[in-house]
Design a protein around this ligand. Structure first.
Ligand SMILES: NC(=O)c1ccc[n+]([C@@H]2O[C@H](COP(=O)([O-])OP(=O)(O)OC[C@H]3O[C@@H](n4cnc5c(N)ncnc54)[C@H](OP(=O)(O)O)[C@@H]3O)[C@@H](O)[C@H]2O)c1
Length: 309
């Protein structure tokens, strides 16, 4: 199979590259003597907002699977930069879906817990995909979440074969993310104030990348993972507030982390205060055990420490 990865220089894309390098790009497929070959592109090689370019690229490269990691991910800036956020998060996925449909390819698309707009009274059980309490993100208060929601809808209406994975609170040892910011603050001996009333599922980008490559590499005529069309959740198991996550980063120094409420950090965006993702359907469907968040975090902290040596 030929596998196109878009937005491959981003946080998740880099982790997919790393995983593919580990297993070897172009190694033999499980099912036949054919090889799986990954094609990594970012904006310069393939702009997903360019419908014609996407269609041409997919046809010319005989693409069988598209993994869409390209997105507009600056949540606060999306409130102002609406046209660009919409074109990347809603229309880009539609372009990929139409190109996939034209050649019978499967689109694996990454979405977000921020498609949830609701404010819940915590504690609550984790949210399943079909949760009746689902309230979509409000266009005015969370344009990022709204644009990602439209992207999901357009893919589902396009008639292409798809797998959508909603993930949440993504972090890694590279790129700009919350865990790295807290890690650097800890190194400086800073004493941050962190919100405890937003609760979700922190997710290691490396763990998500491993899972995505697993689905592709373990897709056989028996497992048929790529045919399990639907909207799924992928997050590390467990529950944490941003404060808990910071405590995990600070470890022995956690006494100097100060809990506060969201209202102390005024934001133009209304983020869901509760977005714990239930991953049991994903684990069952793809026969895959997802790590608990503390375990995943420890691995990333170890990498950050190793990078310094
Ligand atoms: N980060 C999180 O906390 C989080 C949480 C939940 C869900 N997600 C979802 O997870 C996915 C991966 O997120 P991430 O953190 O890896 O995002 P990221 O680091 O922002 O990566 C996105 C990549 O897409 C590229 N890109 C921008 N415009 C493009 C275009 N027109 N065509 C092709 N590529 C383009 C970006 O390039 P530039 O850097 O040059 O713009 C960047 O390399 C996204 O769908 C995101 O919505 C993320």
């Amino acid at each position: 199979m030929n596998i196109l990865v878009t937005g491959a220089n981003g946080q998740l894309g880099e982790e997919i590259k790393r995983k593919v390098n580990e297993i070897g790009n172009g190694h033999p497929d499980h099912d036949s003597s054919e090889a799986n070959y990954y094609i990594f592109t970012d904006r310069d090689e393939l702009d997903i907002t360019d419908e014609k370019a996407v269609d041409k690229f997919v046809k010319e490269n005989f693409v069988n699977v598209i993994v869409n990691c390209a997105a507009y991910t600056n949540v606060d800036k999306a409130q102002e930069d609406r046209d660009l956020a919409y074109s990347l998060n809603a229309l880009g996925p539609l372009n990929l879906a139409l190109a996939a449909k034209a050649v019978g390819a499967v689109l694996i698309h990454i979405s977000t817990d921020y498609v949830f707009g609701g404010t819940y009274n915590t504690p609550l059980p984790p949210i399943e995909q079909t949760d009746p309490a689902f309230v979509p993100a409000d266009k005015d208060k969370n344009f990022y979440g709204y644009s990602k929601m439209v992207g999901e809808d357009l893919i589902q209406q396009s008639g292409c074969k798809y797998l959508i994975f909603r993930t949440s609170w993504l972090y890694s040892s590279h790129h700009k993310n919350f865990v790295k910011t807290m890690y650097n603050l800890k190194k400086k001996g800073a004493s941050p104030k962190v919100v405890y009333d937003q609760v979700g599922s922190p997710t290691s980008a490396e763990n998500l990348a491993d899972f995505l490559v697993w689905i592709i590499e373990s897709n056989t005529s028996e497992t048929r993972y790529l045919s399990k069309q639907g909207v799924y959740n992928f997050a590390n198991n467990g529950v944490a507030s941003w404060y808990d996550l910071t405590m995990g980063v600070y470890g022995d120094n956690s006494a100097i982390v100060n809990p506060c409420r969201s209202e102390e950090y005024p934001s133009p965006v209304k983020r869901p205060n509760y977005s714990v993702l239930d991953v049991s359907l994903t684990e069952k469907t793809f026969d895959y055990d997802i790590h608990y968040w503390r375990f995943a975090l420890n691995n990333v902290i170890y990498e950050l420490e190793t990078q310094e040596q």
